[in-house]
Design a protein around this ligand. Structure first.
Ligand code: ATP
Ligand code: MG
Length: 560
C-alpha cells in the first residue's frame, strides 16, 4: 500500500503518527502547529495541502494551529495578500481563533537575539557584496572560502550591525552572517545570511527597520517564540533543518520546536509557483488572481469548486515523504463527486437552435414538472414552461447524421426531457446554407415524456421555451496549460490558447437566475455551472465549474 492510499483509507500519515507518538510519550501538553504563508501572493491549492495538514492535526489532536504571516520581505509583500490569505483559509473551513501572528511582531526580539549571537562569537558583519558571497560559498564538491571580514572583533561587529539597523548603509552594503563552517558538507551551514539591509516600507512596521531577517533566521525563532511543537514544511527545507537546529541551540529561545518535511503538492496541467502565478496576473494572461483558470483558492472559489471537494482531494492524496505529481483528474473527480450530490438540476441551452412545433397552437403554453435532483426527492420539483417555439442544443441536430448519431435529424423522433416526443419535419437554412431553424411536430399523447404505446426513442434532450427562458453569457473554462507538465521557466509557451470559450447567446431556465449566486447548479447534460460575479441584473454570466464527463473515472475503474 502506498502512503497515499493508506492516507485515504485510514486518515493517518507519517506526520500524524509522529504527533500521536509524541503525545503518547507525554512530550507535549498540547500540540501546536502553524501555517506560515509569506504575504507575497494569493494562496493556491498547494497551500491548501499545508493548511489542511496543519489545521487538521490541531483539530484531530485537540491542539492549536497558528496563522503566521512570514512577512520578512517588504519589497514583495502587500496588505491585499494578507487579507486574501485570511479570507481563503476561512473559506477552506479552518479557523485560527485568536492565534494570528506576524513574524514582524518579533523583529525587536529577533534583533536582540542577533546581537547575542554576535556577542557569543556566532555571527559577524560581512562587507562582501552578494555576488562575492555567492562566489565564495563553494559547491557540493568544494568547500567555501572564509570571508576576509569573518574575524572582526565583537565590538566592531556590534557597532556595524547597529549602524546597519539605524539605516546608515545602502542596500546590499553589508549583511550579518552566522559564523558556522565554510567547509561544511551542507551548504546551508556555510555562514548563512541572517540579516540584510533593505530600505523599504513594510506593510506593518512602516519605515522603522532598515534591516530584515532572512527566512532561515526568522522562521525557526518565530516557531520557538510561539511554542510550535511540530513545524511542518516542504522537502526543500530538509537541508535547512541543521541550520534550524543550530540556531535554536544557540539562542535563548523559550521552546524547541522540531521541523518535519513533507512532499509539496504538484498537479498535472498546473503550475504552483507564486512567481509564475504573479506573472500570469501581471502579464494579463488571466483576468486576475481569482480567474477561474487559476489554481489559487480564490480562483477555485470563483469557479464554483466547493471547499469540501478541496478538503476531500487533500485527504485522498495523503501526505508522503517523496515528491510526486498528482493527476489533476483526481481533483476533478472530487469536485464532480461533491457537486453531483449537492447541486440542483436545471436546463440551459448553451448554443441554441430554434425549433418551431408546427402542431402546437400559437400563443399557447403549459407548465411541465421537472425534478430538482434525481437522487434526492426532498429537493422537490419545479415547473418549466413549454410552448410552440423552443430552443435545443445545436449539437443535438444533424441534417445528415452518421450511423451512430441518435439525436434529432430529419424524420427521427426524440424525447424532450419532462415534455413530449418530437419529430423533425423540416429544416430552414440561411443564404449561407447554415441551419437556422427546425420545424417539428409533437405527439400530445407523450406528455411528461412517455408514450402510451411504450414506443421507444433513442435520445432524451434538454430544451427551453423561447418565450420563457432568459438570455445568458456562459464562460467555459478549460485547463490553462496545454501540457501535462508545463515549463515554469517558459510558461507562456505552454499556455492553452483555448482556455476560455465565451458563449454569448445561451439560454437558461428562469429558475436558475433565482438560485443564490454561490450555489452551483448542474445544467443537464452539460456540466456544473455557477453564477459569476460579473453578472448584473440584465446580463447574467455563468461560469462552468467542470464538465460532466468523467475522464478520471475510467482510470480508477468506472466509479462516479
Ligand atoms: P513559492 O511558491 O514562492 O515557493 P511558497 O509556496 O513556499 O512560495 P509560502 O507562503 O512560504 O510560499 O508557503 C506557505 C506554506 O505553504 C509553507 O509552509 C509551504 O511549505 C507550504 N506550501 C507551499 N506550496 C506548497 C505545495 N505546493 N504543497 C504543499 N505545501 C506547500
Ligand atoms: Mg516559502
Amino acid at each position: 500500500m502506498t502512503a497515499e492510499t493508506m492516507a485515504a483509507e485510514t486518515g493517518r500519515d507519517f506526520i500524524r503518527d509522529i504527533v500521536q507518538a509524541d503525545l503518547d510519550a507525554g512530550k507535549y501538553r498540547q500540540i501546536v502547529t502553524r501555517f506560515p504563508p509569506e504575504p507575497n501572493g494569493y494562496l493556491h491549492i498547494g497551500h491548501a495541502k499545508s493548511i489542511a495538514l496543519n489545521f487538521g492535526i490541531a483539530q484531530e489532536f485537540a491542539g492549536r494551529c497558528h496563522l503566521r504571516f512570514d512577512d520578512t520581505n517588504p519589497t514583495k509583500e502587500e496588505q491585499e495578500y494578507i487579507d486574501s490569505i485570511q479570507a481563503d483559509v476561512r473559506w477552506l473551513g479552518y479557523d485560527w481563533g485568536t492565534d494570528l501572528y506576524y513574524a514582524s511582531d518579533y523583529f525587536e526580539r529577533l534583533y536582540e537575539w542577533a546581537e547575542g549571537l554576535i556577542r557569543s562569537g556566532h555571527a559577524y558583519v560581512d562587507d562582501q557584496s552578494q555576488e562575492e558571497i555567492r562566489l565564495t560559498r563553494g559547491t557540493l564538491t568544494e568547500p567555501g572560502k572564509n570571508s576576509p571580514f569573518r574575524d572582526r572583533s565583537v565590538d566592531e561587529n556590534l557597532d556595524l550591525f547597529r549602524r546597519m539597523k539605524s539605516g546608515e548603509f545602502p542596500n546590499g552594503a553589508r549583511v550579518l552572517r552566522a559564523k558556522i563552517d565554510m567547509s561544511a558538507g551542507n551548504i546551508n551551514l556555510r555562514d548563512p545570511v541572517l540579516y540584510r539591509i533593505l530600505h523599504a516600507t513594510h506593510p506593518r512596521t512602516g519605515d522603522s527597520w532598515s534591516i530584515y531577517p532572512s527566512y532561515d533566521y526568522a522562521h525557526g525563532q518565530s516557531d520557538a517564540i510561539e511554542g510550535i511543537t511540530h513545524s511542518i514544511c516542504t522537502l526543500e527545507f530538509e537541508d535547512h533543518r541543521p541550520l534550524y537546529e543550530w540556531l535554536l541551540e544557540r539562542l535563548p529561545v523559550p521552546s524547541k520546536p522540531r521541523q518535519y518535511e513533507m512532499a509539496r503538492l504538484n498537479l498535472t496541467y498546473t503550475l504552483l509557483s507564486k512567481r509564475v502565478l504573479t506573472e500570469l496576473v501581471r502579464g494579463g494572461h488571466v483576468a486576475g488572481w481569482d480567474d477561474p483558470r487559476m489554481p489559487t483558492i480564490a480562483g477555485l472559489k470563483r469557479r464554483g469548486v466547493p471547499p469540501a471537494a478541496i478538503r476531500e482531494f487533500i485527504k485522498r492524496i495523503g501526505v508522503a515523504k517523496a515528491n510526486s505529481v498528482v493527476d489533476v483528474g483526481m481533483l476533478e473527480f472530487c469536485i464532480r463527486e461533491d457537486l453531483n450530490r449537492s447541486s440542483l438540476r436545471r436546463m440551459a441551452v448553451l448554443r441554441p437552435l430554434k425549433v418551431v412545433i408546427e402542431n402546437y397552437p400559437e400563443g399557447q403554453s403549459e407548465e411541465l414538472e421537472a425534478v430538482n435532483h434525481p437522487d434526492d426527492p426532498a429537493a422537490g420539483t419545479r415547473k418549466i414552461a413549454f410552448g410552440r417555439e423552443l430552443y435545443i442544443e445545436r449539437d443535438d441536430f444533424m441534417e445528415n447524421p452518421p450511423k451512430k448519431f441518435f439525436r434529432l435529424s430529419p424524420g427521427t423522433e426524440v424525447r424532450l426531457r419532462y415534455a413530449y416526443f418530437i419529430k423533425c419535419t423540416g429544416v430552414i437554412k440561411d443564404a449561407a446554407g447554415e441551419v437556422v431553424e427546425l420545424r417539428c411536430t409533437y405527439d400530445p399523447e407523450t406528455r411528461g415524456g412517455n408514450a402510451p404505446d411504450n414506443r421507444k426513442v433513442k435520445a432524451t434532450m434538454h430544451w427551453l421555451s423561447a418565450a420563457h427562458s432568459l438570455p445568458a453569457e456562459i464562460r467555459i473554462y478549460n485547463p490553462l496549460f496545454a501540457k501535462p507538465n508545463p515549463d515554469a521557466g517558459n510558461f507562456a509557451a505552454d499556455l492553452n490558447p483555448q482556455s476560455l470559450e465565451v458563449l454569448t447567446d445561451a439560454r437558461i431556465e428562469p429558475a436558475i437566475s433565482a438560485t443564490n449566486s454561490t450555489d452551483v447548479v448542474q445544467f443537464e447534460r452539460q456540466g456544473y455551472f455557477v453564477r459569476d460575479a460579473d453578472s448584473v441584473p440584465d446580463h447574467l454570466v455563468f461560469t462552468r465549474t467542470i464538465g460532466l464527463r468523467d475522464t478520471f473515472a475510467k482510470e480508477v475503474g468506472g466509479k462516479t
